[in-house]
Design a protein around this ligand. Structure first.
Ligand SMILES: NC(=O)c1ccc[n+]([C@@H]2O[C@H](COP(=O)([O-])OP(=O)(O)OC[C@H]3O[C@@H](n4cnc5c(N)ncnc54)[C@H](OP(=O)(O)O)[C@@H]3O)[C@@H](O)[C@H]2O)c1
Length: 325
């Protein structure tokens, strides 16, 4: 089994969770942690068992032994950090949102091709068995055609102008942070909409604190999507078919509820003991084993459609990221 040396770029909150899942993969070597601050990098490396710590991202990228870089900086730096990593011939798994807008994502994809270096958005839910099962139910047509998708992602994060979630310079706002998940769910299951309707409640910084989005498709198909920081919510995705409904929760390892005329059936997939990031990391290494520069499952073309849709929603709710649009 070929082993890969992983490096973390940006030792923040999600990097910690990702690193703890990475540890459980036999072919992943926890090689390097890079932070803008060497003390923070040293602490992170020690806490999670990385062999090396770097006090600069570029210094880490110059290390020839690094195979894969996991980019966990704020959205507004994803393009810069991805391109820098690809130019150092590193494979890249970059956190969502892939970048701040579609122009940046186009540049990232172009660089991946020019450098012949692997690139994938860290859209971990695509690789989680529960979501794969939903896709297989849709494909099988056992419940007839899919007509309506409802998907929510909300949690309470009180207004704080210093928080990444509210800072437009960092791409803060409900859309790129959590709204991306319901949008992803609709695009994966119903495809690209014919029309987008969107409403927003803005925070004092002008960021989107809450969004309501409707995707309109032909043949009266619809997606109703909500995201925001104003309140906690059960956060289900519900798929309404001609002959029943399928409901999944954002909680890992929750049963899939299938309701039909015959009653309610519970399906249980094994999403593993971790936080769910295991599957995307394993998939990256499988792609590299196969000599691919992109995933055949989570393609860069899909990631481009995703960010183009987010751009369109943003135009409708009139949210602008300074120095990026
Ligand atoms: N997949 C998921 O489930 C999930 C969950 C949460 C977040 N995310 C994504 O992961 C990314 C990071 O989110 P997070 O919640 O981990 O954020 P965070 O805790 O603020 O961490 C971001 C890290 O980026 C680095 N960074 C580089 N330039 C920065 C700057 N100018 N300002 C602030 N930080 C800077 C910092 O690392 P150093 O100080 O070490 O350099 C910082 O710790 C976001 O794009 C977010 O959407 C994904």
């Amino acid at each position: 089994m070929k082993k890969y040396n992983w490096a973390i770029l940006g030792c923040g909150w999600i990097a910690e969770i990702f690193a703890s899942d990475l540890k459980t993969l036999d072919n992943a070597v926890l090689y390097a942690a890079a932070s803008r601050n060497i003390d923070k990098a040293n602490r992170f490396a020690k806490d999670f068992g990385f062999q090396k710590a770097f006090g600069s991202y570029e210094e880490m990228l110059k290390d020839e032994n690094v195979d894969i870089v996991y980019i966990a900086s704020p959205h507004s730096f994803h393009c810069e950090h991805t391109i820098l990593s690809l130019k150092h011939k590193k494979a890249v798994l970059c956190e969502k949102a892939f970048a701040i807008n579609s122009k940046e994502v186009e540049k990232m994809i172009k660089t991946s091709k020019e450098e012949n270096a692997f690139l994938m958005e860290a859209f971990w839910t695509r690789l989680v068995p529960t979501f794969q099962k939903v896709l297989s139910i849709i494909e099988s047509k056992e419940l007839g055609g899919l007509k309506v998708v409802q998907s929510d992602f909300m949690f309470r994060a009180p207004y704080n102008e210093k928080s990444r979630l509210y800072d437009l310079n960092l791409g803060g706002g409900a859309l790129l942070d959590i709204g991306i998940y319901p949008v992803f769910t609709a695009l994966q299951t119903l495809g690209n909409p014919e029309n987008v309707v969107a409403n927003v409640i803005k925070s004092p910084t002008g960021s989107d604190q809450h969004i309501d989005v409707i995707f309109e498709y032909n043949e009266d198909r619809r997606a109703y999507l909500r995201a925001g920081f104003m309140n906690d919510a059960p956060n289900f995705s519900i798929f309404h078919f001609e002959k029943g409904t399928v409901q999944i929760s954002r909680e890992m390892n929750s049963p899939i509820l299938v309701k039909t005329e015959e009653g309610i059936q519970e399906l249980q997939e094994d999403d593993g003991p971790g936080f769910g990031y295991y599957f995307e990391a394993a998939h990256v290494m499988e792609c590299l084993d196969n000599g691919c520069i992109e995933s055949p499952i989570l393609t860069n073309q899909f990631s481009l459609h995703l960010i183009q849709t987010l751009d369109e929603i943003r135009r409708k709710i009139n949210v602008v990221y300074p120095n990026h649009d």
